[in-house]
Design a protein. Structure first.
Length: 618
């Protein structure tokens, strides 16, 4: 049973026992007083009757001056049942007559001097308790002849009768023990009945209430008391059950609202987190957890600087634009660029839009900061897909507007060639011109085909891509631009078959981006050398230009989204290298750069060799 029940038990038992003990004590005191009163009355009546008889006999004997008869009478009285000793003393306390001869002539140490009769408990010579009745014998007119005037001798003698107090005491003791036993039995019955009553009607219901409350405290909202009846505890139990039902309904409603709110926040494609003034994260969505590789909402309650930057204290606002610091200070929205750390310690470039929000937490209004966090890698991907889509639409237009007419012209030219060949008088120079036109038309058809490959959307499944063919065809599209900008394109391609598992259109896009970046770095002309090589595991592609190079301070940022520093001073989008890096890393490769300012740059691409990849898969 719970400590509450034990406490009530103890209190009830102690209280009841104390009350009954006090009641028994009061009852005992009252009984003793009553007993003493009854005992005194009874012994007074008994002694009075005996003493009256004895005194009358004594007076008769004295009047007759029959002293031997009086002694004989005292002796007989002493032999009566219940009487221990009878003796008569003179007023001075000397024993003149006695039922015990050995007491004759002795003087009492404390003679009785009062003229009124009395009864008291005393100890005899053997130390036993007796009830002594003392009755003074008064001087009367007939006795004055021997005892003198009444005024001088009011008392002739004193009659002492000692009654045996043992039977009386035993009777009193037995009666007292009987009463005490009855009282103890009543106490035990009251305790037992009271305990059963409080246990059945109070402790058990209270224990059920306590257990149900503890169950509710541990989160089990199905706990009920179910106590039938109409007494106070039953009504309390019914009120508890009603409260539990309402609480369960309200908590279910709150859980549904919380789940709806979390689902709503999780549906937002950008990362979302809410931070309080102490930098602690209060809420996040699925996109944010995916961005940083978090699981099971372990970030809730943790500092934002620990989760996103792996720091043990807040970011210095003088070195980093802290959204919380700025929003708290200005109470206006702010947009910043940050670099977050994922759980695997890789970096993530993000754009944060932060705004203030007022909310009441634990009854206190607080200013919170809501952050919308956009993954710039995804932004790059979206820009890449948009660019590829635009190129695809452009290539499709070229196919319809140029490729098909050229095919028709080629058919017509073939028919013309046959007609000219059948005419014997046609000059041979005309036939040469027709063959030249046919060759150039083939070149135009090949160029449109390359554009179609460049603009093709990435397929859902990967394919084997011939690196040398993809590079050669992509660079061929840029040769006219290179000639116009006094740039020489040199191809140093490994003659062996170099293939990787990827999307061909995306690899062509990487080659186009790196080649165009090299052109931008050589505004007054130069040489772009594109080479390929193979190792046992990787295929290496290099774009080596003789352009302006990259400043050392800019090297760490050239792959960041929207970072642009062009040698021709034109404003670029800053997405070319970001797109290229995202594509190469997607296929398990890497891009590295080595550059010397004013001397040129070398971009090196490493991709897994398809032969090694297929060998591993096999």
């Amino acid at each position: 049973m719970s400590w509450i029940a034990d406490s009530l038990n103890r209190k009830f038992i102690l209280g009841t026992a104390s009350g009954l003990a006090v009641s028994s004590l009061v009852f005992l005191l009252l009984y003793i007083q009553l007993y003493q009163s009854e005992l005194s009355g009874e012994r007074a009546r008994t002694a009075g009757q005996v003493n009256s008889l004895l005194q009358t006999s004594l007076e008769n004997a004295m009047l007759k001056r029959d002293l031997p008869g009086l002694a004989k009478m005292v002796e007989k009285w002493g032999q009566q049942q219940g009487i221990a000793t009878v003796f008569i003393t003179n007023p001075a306390g000397e024993i003149r007559f006695t039922s015990q001869p050995d007491l004759l002539g002795k003087k009492l140490a404390d003679p009785y001097t009062s003229s009124s009769p009395t009864t008291r408990f005393v100890e005899d010579a053997r130390g036993e308790e007796t009830l002594r009745s003392i009755n003074p014998v008064h001087n009367k007119s007939p006795c004055t002849e021997c005892h003198g005037p009444i005024t001088k001798s009011p008392i002739n003698g004193i009659l002492y009768v000692d009654y045996d107090a043992g039977p009386l005491r035993r009777k009193v003791r037995n009666t007292t023990l009987l009463l005490m036993g009855a009282g103890a039995l009543i106490v035990i019955l009251n305790l037992t009945g009271g305990w059963w009553f409080i246990h059945h009607y109070i402790l058990k219901p209270v224990d059920r209430l306590t257990r149900a409350s503890e169950t509710l405290t541990h989160g089990d909202l199905s706990a009920r008391v179910s106590m039938p009846g109409k007494d106070e505890l039953s009504r309390l139990g019914n009120a508890f059950d009603f409260m539990a039902i309402r609480l369960q309904d309200k908590l279910l409603e709150l859980e549904e609202q919380k789940s709806f709110l979390q689902s709503l926040v999780d549906a937002i494609p950008d990362g979302v987190r809410i931070i309080n003034k102490d930098f602690n994260i209060l809420l996040t969505n699925q996109a944010y957890r995916t961005q940083l590789g978090l699981t099971d909402e372990t970030e809730i309650g943790q500092p934002c600087y620990l989760i996103a930057h792996n720091r043990d204290k807040p970011c210095p606002p003088t070195l980093t634009t802290c959204p919380l610091h700025e929003v708290t200070k200005k109470h206006t929205p702010i947009k910043v660029l940050h670099r977050h750390l994922r759980t695997d310690q890789s970096t993530l470039d993000v754009e944060i839009f932060a705004a203030p929000m007022t909310a009441s937490i634990n009854g206190v209004k607080q200013t919170l900061v809501v952050e919308s966090i956009r993954d710039l890698d995804k932004e790059v991907k979206y820009s890449q897909e948009q660019k590829l889509s635009e190129l695809g639409r452009l290539a499709t237009g070229v196919a319809h507007e140029i490729h098909n007419p050229l095919a028709s012209v080629k058919l017509a030219l073939g028919a013309t060639e046959k007609a000219v060949e059948s005419h014997s008088g046609c000059p041979t120079s005309i036939m040469g011109h027709l063959k030249l036109v046919d060759h150039e038309i083939d070149k135009c058809i090949q160029i449109t085909g390359k554009l179609l490959k460049l603009g093709a959307a990435p397929g859902e499944s990967l394919e084997l891509v011939d690196i040398n063919v993809a590079l050669h065809e992509t660079l061929s599209l840029l040769r006219w631009t290179a000639e116009q900008n006094n740039i020489e394109i040199v191809e140093e391609l490994d003659p062996s078959l170099l293939r990787v598992i990827a999307s061909e259109s995306e690899l062509r896009m990487v080659a186009l981006n790196l080649a165009q970046n090299a052109f931008h770095a050589m505004p007054v002309g130069g040489v772009l050398t594109v080479s390929t090589a193979s190792t046992k595991r990787h295929i290496t592609i290099q774009f080596n230009d003789t352009g302006a190079g990259i400043r050392e301070k800019d090297l760490p940022y050239i792959f960041d989204p929207f970072f642009s520093r062009r040698a021709d001073d034109a404003k670029g989008t800053g997405l070319g290298l970001s797109i290229s890096l995202a594509i190469i890393e997607k296929y398990g490769g890497s891009i590295n750069v080595a550059s010397e300012f004013s001397a040129g740059s070398v971009f090196t691409i490493d991709l897994p060799d398809a032969r090694h990849e297929m060998g591993v898969q096999a």
